[in-house]
Design a binder for this molecule. Structure first.
Ligand code: NZQ
Ligand code: ZN
Length: 393
């Protein structure tokens, strides 16, 4: 087993504007001659006045709107936006929303300039996995901290007919800028706040809970961010508690959690995400809830491969420093589940409507997407994934 930090190139060009009244800086961010299309979700940005602020801030002659991007955004909806962009000649996109809107805009930006059938931007049995060579420029205004989509180059899209949820990543779909106003989180309901804390927690785990390579920087960052989420999580999910610094720390922790800084030089797992996506395909479970429902089972089933890091996680994140290694690991798994429960997140698949009768379907969905060699060592076979699903019931 290697004990060396892997070579890496780290590139992240996203300009972050963080703080109060940053939407008003839009004229400095989007060139004056651009035709701007604002894209948003099911209407929260209309209800809470964010869309009005955005429109008021934009001095551009031509500004259009495309609403109705659903949570777990679909290819079908995205392609309607592509049609509008091409027929009405927009050349700058502005995503206003959570991870779903931002992910959708990444794909739309790439599809609008793609030569060929945009479905081929995706691999994993959905399309041909062709590289993109350009995308329309876009910025984002984040209304729900959860995915880090605002500071990474990944997009996850759902395909209704093909019953698939597949991602693509490409440097062309980094946002040009992202506006992070912690006060925009004040309108979030408890469930979405918990989703944000939970998703970020699992993002950090997927980049940390693998095997040690002596990556002190990545390990300390990951452990620190996990401790912050454990500390502030229960207060963040109190939707009535509008404490600026609490929400600011929440928002920034979540963004850093998957801007890929934690990934460089160290192994990554991502199997919980792969398994979770299939749960969402099955019954539309919220992304973050599909993950928390699997994490304790994943830790139990794969404890041998993750042993050293589980011990480190117990000691550094949960401050469990006495007892045998076995006791430390057991305690860390227990505390992880209690933490999720304390913020109202499920820790079992039956809490998100999955039963034993669904396991075959979930495993065959994984197989159809080629997700047969998952995890940090590529040795998580379908049998191991089945065990995790079954253990999580
Ligand atoms: O649609 P509207 O009406 O805007 O309501 C949304 C939506 O119903 C609501 N909401 C957002 N901001 C709000 C608000 N409600 C009140 N006040 C606000 N300020 O919240 C609901 C959920 O929004 P959504 O964008 O779906 O949530 P999230 O940010 O959790 O995004 C989930 C999607 O991101 C993907 C997931 O798979 C899922 O499709 N992911 C993307 C990743 C990436 N790009 O790197 C990584 C993640 O692991 C994840 O897979
Ligand atoms: Zn996630």
């Amino acid at each position: 087993m290697t004990k060396e930090i892997n070579d890496f190139t780290f590139y992240n060009p996203v300009t972050i504007l963080f703080g109060k009244q940053k939407i008003e800086a839009l004229p400095d961010l989007i060139p004056a001659d651009k035709n701007v299309l604002i894209l948003y979700g099911g209407g929260s940005v209309k209800r809470f006045g964010t869309l009005d602020r955005v429109k008021k801030a934009l001095p551009h002659k031509k500004v259009g709107e495309f609403g109705g991007i659903e949570p777990n955004p679909t290819y079908e909806t995205c392609m309607k936006a592509v049609e509008k962009i091409q027929s009405e000649r927009y050349d700058y996109l502005l995503a206003v929303g959570g991870g779903s809107v931002i992910d959708a805009v990444k794909f739309i930006a790439a599809a609008a300039t793609f030569e060929g059938n945009p479905i081929d931007i995706f691999a994993k049995g959905v399309g041909k996995g062709q590289p993109i060579t350009s995308a329309l420029p876009f910025g984002t205004i984040l209304t729900l901290p959860a995915t880090s989509s605002e500071m990474n180059s990944t997009s996850v899209i759902s395909f209704k007919e093909k019953k698939a949820k597949v991602s693509f990543s490409d440097p062309h779909v980094f946002p040009v800028f992202s506006i992070l106003e912690p006060e925009l989180t004040y309108t979030l309901p408890k469930r979405q706040l918990a989703n944000g804390v939970g998703d970020a927690f699992v993002h950090i785990l997927e980049q940390y809970l693998t095997y040690p390579v002596g990556g002190m920087v990545q390990d300390e960052f990951a452990e620190g961010l996990l401790r912050i989420l454990i500390d502030i999580g229960p207060r963040v999910v109190d939707e009535t508690h509008h404490d600026y610094n609490l929400r600011a720390n929440f928002m920034w922790t979540v963004t850093i959690a998957l801007n890929r800084l934690l990934s460089v030089g160290v192994p990554g797992d991502w199997s919980t995400h792969a398994l979770g996506h299939e749960v969402t395909v099955l019954n539309n479970t919220d992304h973050a809830r599909s993950l928390s429902a699997l994490v304790p089972a994943m830790m139990v089933v794969r404890h041998k491969e993750k042993w050293d890091k589980l011990v480190q996680y117990a000691e550094k994140v949960w401050h469990v420093t006495t007892g045998s290694e076995e006791q430390k690991v057991e305690e860390a798994i227990k505390r992880t589940a209690s933490f999720f429960q304390s913020i109202g997140m499920p820790v079992k698949l039956n809490e998100v409507g999955v039963t034993q009768a669904d396991v075959d379907t979930l495993v065959s969905q994984l197989e159809a997407r080629g997700q047969v060699n998952l995890s940090e060592r590529g040795n998580q076979t379908l049998d191991v994934s089945r065990s995790i699903y079954e253990k999580a019931l």
